[in-house]
Design a protein around this ligand. Structure first.
Ligand SMILES: Nc1ncnc2c1ncn2[C@@H]1O[C@H](COP(=O)(O)OP(=O)(O)O)[C@@H](O)[C@H]1O
Ligand SMILES: [Mg+2]
Length: 502
C-alpha cells in the first residue's frame, strides 16, 4: 500500500465530529474516488492527508512508514498534494508564475521568467494538460485555473494528487477533458484521489470507490461493474432513494413571464451584460437557464427581480408591465429563491418562524390591524416545518443553527407558501446534500404541476436536463439556443454553452 490512513478521527472544536474511526488506503497508480454527501467528511479526510488539518486520533503510513503530516510542506515532501475546492491563485499573474510561485527556479537568487515559463510548458506537455502557460490567470476559465493548480502540484513532483470536487463547476466537455488528463496522469504512475458526489462520473473514472456517510466509512469497493449509481447512492444516504424526479409532460398554459429585448449595459465598463434577451415562461412549465457561470445569468436575475434597471427592453408578469417596478413592487407578483441564501434569503439570527413569516406578515391573517398575530404565526410556521420536512427543534430555533439544506428549505418553504404565479430559483440546490436536493427538485415539479411558472437557473446541467420542459442557453449575455431536453442530449447543451458548434 502506498498510503494507509488508519482509525482516523477528527473533532473540530468545540464538538463537531467530522470523522469517526475512518480507514482509507491508496494503491500506487489508482484513481480512487471518495464519495459522500455534503458534510460527510471527504474534504476533512483529504485535508488530513495533505497536512492542512491535524487528526484528533489515528495513524498515517506512507510506503509502510509511519508519518506525521504536520503541514502541506511535509505532505509535499512525502509526495502528496491537494487541489482544493476553492482555487487560490493570484489572478494578475501569468499561469506559469502561479505554478512556480513559492518554488521559483532561480540562479544566484534571481528569478528567471524565461526558464520558468519553459519548464512549466514542458511539464504541461509531458502530462498532456492543455493550457497556455503564459495566459493571465484571471482571464482563464475555472477549468484552466484548475489545470494551473494541478501543474503546481506536479511541479512540486507529487506522486499523489488529491482533487477535491474538481468537476463541481465544469461543463460536461471540460469534465471529459479533465478525465482524460487524469487517465494520462495515472498512466504516468501518479495516484489520484477524486472527490465527487456525481456518481456517474465516479463510476466512469475510478478504480476503487470509498463511501463516507456522516463521518463514517461505509465501504471501499472495486469499480468492477458490480456496483451501480443506485447502490452507491444508497450507501451514501443510508436509505433507498430515487436519483431523478418523475416528470410527466403536460400542456402549458398562458404566458406568465414575458421578457422582450432586454439589454443591460454596464455603466462602468460599457460592456453589454445582457444583449437583446427574449424569453417566455408559461404557467405549468419549468424553464431552465443554462450557461457557463458569468455569461449574464446573474444580471438576468437581478433585472428580473427589480434589483437593476435594464438599459432597454420590457418585462411583463401576468400581463402587467413591471419594467419600472422596484423589488418591493414586484414582490406581490413573484417568489424568488436566491443563490446567496445566507445573505439575501434569510435573517440568520432570527428564528425559523420569523423567517417563514417574512413577507406574509404584511398580509392577513398574520397581520391583524397593525399587529402580528403570534398564535397564527406559530401554527403557520409549525405547519410549514412539517410540510417541508425542516429538521429543527421547533419554530423558535434560530436559522443559523440549521444545516445548509435545512436553511434552504426555510427559504423555499416561505417562497412556495407565498403562492405566486411566478417563482424564480437561482441555484436552489447548490451545496445541498442528496436528500435535500431531491426534495427541492420534487418541490419544483410540484409547483409546475400546480400551474405555476417556474424559472430555474442552475449550473448543474443534470438538474436542468431532469427538471426543465425547455432550456434556454445563455452565452455572453445572449440567449444562444432554446432546447428541448427530451430531444437533445446534454452534450449538445454543453456545446452551446461553450460556443462550439455540434
Ligand atoms: N474548519 C471547520 N470547523 C468546524 N467544523 C468543520 C470545519 N470544516 C468542516 N467542518 C464540519 O465537519 C463536517 C465534515 O465537513 P467536510 O469534511 O467539509 O465534508 P465534505 O467535504 O464531505 O462536504 C461537517 O459537519 C462540517 O460542517
Ligand atoms: Mg468538501
Amino acid at each position: 500500500m502506498l498510503v494507509e490512513m488508519i482509525d482516523i478521527c477528527k473533532v473540530y472544536p468545540p464538538n463537531v465530529v467530522a470523522l469517526k474511526h475512518v480507514d482509507f488506503s491508496l494503491e500506487r497508480g489508482e484513481i480512487h474516488a471518495l464519495v459522500g454527501e455534503n458534510g460527510a467528511g471527504k474534504s476533512t479526510l483529504m485535508k488530513i492527508l495533505s497536512g492542512v488539518v491535524k487528526p484528533s486520533f489515528g495513524e498515517i503510513r506512507v510506503n509502510g512508514q509511519r508519518v506525521q503530516i504536520n503541514s502541506p510542506v511535509v505532505a509535499a515532501r512525502l509526495g502528496i498534494g491537494m487541489v482544493h475546492q476553492e482555487l487560490a491563485l493570484v489572478g494578475s499573474l501569468r499561469a506559469y508564475e502561479n505554478v512556480v510561485l513559492g518554488s521559483e527556479p532561480s540562479r544566484f537568487g534571481l528569478f528567471q521568467p524565461q526558464k520558468s515559463s519553459q519548464m512549466v510548458k514542458e511539464l504541461a506537455d509531458k502530462f498532456g494538460l492543455k493550457i497556455d502557460v503564459n495566459a493571465i490567470t484571471q482571464e482563464l476559465s475555472i477549468a484552466g485555473r484548475q489545470k494551473i493548480e494541478i501543474l503546481k502540484q506536479l511541479y512540486r513532483n507529487v506522486d499523489i494528487l488529491i482533487l477535491d470536487e474538481p468537476t463541481a463547476a465544469l461543463t460536461p466537455q471540460e469534465s471529459e477533458e479533465l478525465f482524460d488528463e487524469m487517465f494520462k496522469l495515472r498512466d504516468r504512475g501518479k495516484t489520484i484521489v477524486f472527490v465527487s458526489h456525481k456518481l456517474d462520473e465516479v463510476l466512469r473514472v475510478s478504480d476503487r470507490i470509498t463511501v463516507l456517510r456522516r463521518g463514517e466509512k461505509i465501504a471501499t469497493v472495486k469499480n468492477d461493474g458490480n456496483i451501480d449509481a443506485v447502490r452507491l447512492a444508497e450507501m451514501m444516504v443510508g436509505k433507498t432513494i430515487r436519483t431523478t424526479s418523475v416528470k410527466k409532460r403536460r400542456p402549458v398554459g398562458h404566458p406568465v413571464l414575458v421578457v422582450k429585448d432586454l439589454t443591460l449595459i454596464s455603466k462602468t465598463s460599457g460592456k453589454k451584460l445582457l444583449d437583446g434577451v427574449n424569453l417566455t415562461v408559461h404557467a405549468g412549465e419549468v424553464v431552465g437557464i443554462a450557461g457557463v457561470e458569468g455569461n449574464g445569468q446573474k444580471e438576468l436575475i437581478e433585472v428580473l427581480i427589480g434589483l437593476r434597471k435594464p438599459t432597454s427592453g420590457r418585462i411583463e408578469i401576468s400581463g402587467e408591465d413591471v419594467t419600472s417596478f422596484g423589488p418591493r413592487q414586484r414582490r406581490p407578483l413573484m417568489a424568488y429563491v436566491p443563490q446567496d441564501r445566507k445573505n439575501v434569503g434569510l435573517a440568520l439570527k432570527a428564528t425559523i418562524m420569523e423567517n417563514l413569516i417574512m413577507t406574509h406578515h404584511m398580509n392577513p391573517p398574520l397581520k391583524k390591524k397593525w399587529l402580528l398575530d403570534r398564535n397564527v404565526a406559530k401554527s403557520f410556521a409549525t405547519q410549514l416545518i412539517r410540510d417541508f420536512e425542516i429538521v429543527c427543534r421547533g419554530p423558535f430555533e434560530r436559522v443559523q443553527n440549521l444545516s445548509g439544506g435545512n436553511q434552504q428549505k426555510v427559504v423555499v418553504a416561505r417562497e412556495v407558501s407565498l403562492n405566486r404565479r411566478l417563482i424564480v430559483l437561482d441555484q436552489p440546490t447548490r451545496g445541498l446534500d442528496v436528500a435535500s436536493t431531491q426534495y427541492l427538485r420534487d418541490q419544483m415539479i410540484a409547483l409546475r404541476d400546480s400551474d405555476k411558472a417556474v424559472l430555474l437557473v442552475s449550473a448543474d446541467l443534470d438538474e436542468l436536463m431532469d427538471l426543465s420542459d425547455r432550456i434556454y442557453v445563455m452565452r455572453s449575455g445572449h440567449i444562444v439556443a432554446e432546447l428541448d431536453p427530451q430531444v437533445v442530449d446534454k452534450t449538445v447543451v454543453g456545446y452551446h454553452m461553450l460556443g462550439v458548434s455540434a
